[in-house]
Design a protein around this ligand. Structure first.
Ligand code: FCB
Length: 447
């Protein structure tokens, strides 16, 4: 099953419409210097206003599945309390439009746009936020649960915890050092409670979580230890908790909040264990951990995002995308093979994979000719096929992303889309990769 993905704040725009409240990304983007081009998501791709265009594109794209996210501040503008029914109408129209076209809706409940009032009360450092996620999840399920079966609770909680509360390069832009481990725990707890609550109402619901896992390689003498630490924070923290109900012993030595009974209450880890019916894997690049250097970090690969880590740097090899991320399809193959050995009964889905390129070349009709993106997707899809042939239960491949959109701290400067969005007019112009992907998706559906 092939799909494409987007996320609410990155594509919707209309951030004041129909009772939506502010999110931490509205607040963060307004902070001078936070976003590379000084932009924000107030217009984005205009997907909130142009739903019919997006549905037509999805139909044209031949995909069997569309992964999108729901904006918590549209549904519960205060983060708790009364449901804003108007905010759910958009998602209902989206889900109905998908179902009519034979496309499986795959919503993610939380792709980083926390209602600002919850951040004002402590955000993910506050255990209460995990409980509020359950209320919100049930409100969404109440409206859409009869038409949606495949749910993801969180997208990349590593980013929420460590880019948001340690490195400070994502919303809410805080630098709490080791405190960010409490955010990580509350995110996992929130996932587990929300997933259990949905299942209690709906035995058919297939509820998973989406993680940005990757392969971590030591690069050079003395880098084994630092690489093991990075692996613990990036991968094992999440997978061990979800599969075994434990936190990695080596990480516990450093990450004090994870051994604090005031943070990790009795019963929390039991609730987290087994709470995901499926695992979404977002993969873009491997990580190579090297000795500290003077050269700047690649985006998202900042030592500050690994609180308590020994001194280290990241050294991505070539070729690299516009994000500075090394291209290595074998990393995806190794990652999926490893996960399927680690948790053989847990179905996997590649919930994001894709590449940012400058997209300067034009075809005769003026549209983007993006052979690099086609090559990237093709090579990664082939890696997924190999691992499936070897027996791994990988049920979907979902390309990031349908539309060029608001790429978080990078603003509109990094383009991952299969479709270009013309600034100003918001006209959608399919790239060569869109047409290639459509053919590939249709062929996959026929098999
Ligand atoms: C992932 C995010 C997604 C997108 C891609 C490029 O970390 O989940 O929203 O920004 O990176």
């Amino acid at each position: 099953m092939l799909g494409t993905a987007t996320a609410s704040y990155q594509v919707e725009g209309s951030t004041d419409a129909d009772g939506r409240g502010p999110s931490i990304w509205d607040t963060f983007a307004a902070r001078p210097g936070a976003i590379a081009d000084g932009s924000d998501g107030s217009v984005a791709c205009g997907s909130y206003l142009h739903l019919d265009q997006d549905l037509a594109l999805l139909e044209q794209s031949g995909v069997g599945l569309y992964r999108f996210s729901i904006a918590w501040p549209r549904v519960m503008p205060d983060g708790h309390g009364p449901v804003n029914s108007a905010g759910l109408d958009y998602y209902e129209r989206l889900v109905d439009g998908l179902v009519q076209r034979g496309i499986t809706p795959a919503p993610t409940l939380y792709h980083w746009d926390l209602p600002q009032p919850l951040e004002d009360a402590g955000g993910w450092l506050n255990r209460e936020t995990a409980l509020r996620l359950t209320d919100y999840a049930l409100a969404v399920h109440d409206r859409l649960g009869d038409r949606v079966r495949l749910w993801a609770t969180l997208n990349e909680p590593w980013c929420s915890a460590f880019l948001g509360y340690a490195a400070g390069v994502h919303a809410p832009g805080r630098r709490e050092g080791l405190g960010a481990y409490a955010a990580a725990h509350h995110l996992l707890l929130g996932h587990a409670l929300a997933a259990a609550a949905i299942r209690e109402h709906d035995a058919e619901a297939d509820v998973g979580i989406v993680l940005n896992l990757t392969v971590v390689h030591p690069d050079g003498p003395g880098t084994q230890g630092p690489a093991a630490f990075v692996d613990a924070v990036q991968n094992r923290l999440w997978v061990d908790a979800l599969v075994d109900g434990t936190y990695p012993a080596d990480l516990l030595e450093v990450a004090a909040p994870l051994r604090d009974p005031g943070v990790v209450h009795p019963g929390d880890l039991e609730a987290i264990r087994g709470s995901a019916c499926w695992l979404g894997v977002n993969y873009y690049t491997p990580m190579r951990v090297a000795a500290p250097t003077q050269t700047g970090p690649a985006v998202g690969q900042d030592a500050a995002a690994f609180p308590g880590a020994p001194a280290l740097s990241f050294r991505p090899r070539k070729p690299r995308t516009e994000m500075g991320w090394e291209v290595d399809p074998s990393g995806l193959e190794d990652l999926l093979a490893g996960l399927s050995r680690r948790a053989p009964s847990l179905p996997l889905r590649v919930t994001e994979n894709g590449a940012a390129y400058a997209d300067q070349a034009r075809a005769a009709d003026g549209s983007v000719d993006d052979p690099d993106r086609v090559a990237y997707l093709k090579a990664h899809l082939a890696a997924v096929q190999r691992v499936r042939a070897a027996g791994a239960d990988v049920r979907a491949y979902i390309a990031w992303t349908l539309l060029d959109n608001f790429e978080w701290a990078e603003g509109y400067t990094k383009k991952f889309g299969l479709v270009e969005v013309e600034p100003g007019t918001l006209r959608r112009i399919p790239k060569r990769s869109f047409h290639w992907y459509a053919e590939t998706a249709r062929a996959a559906a026929r098999q």
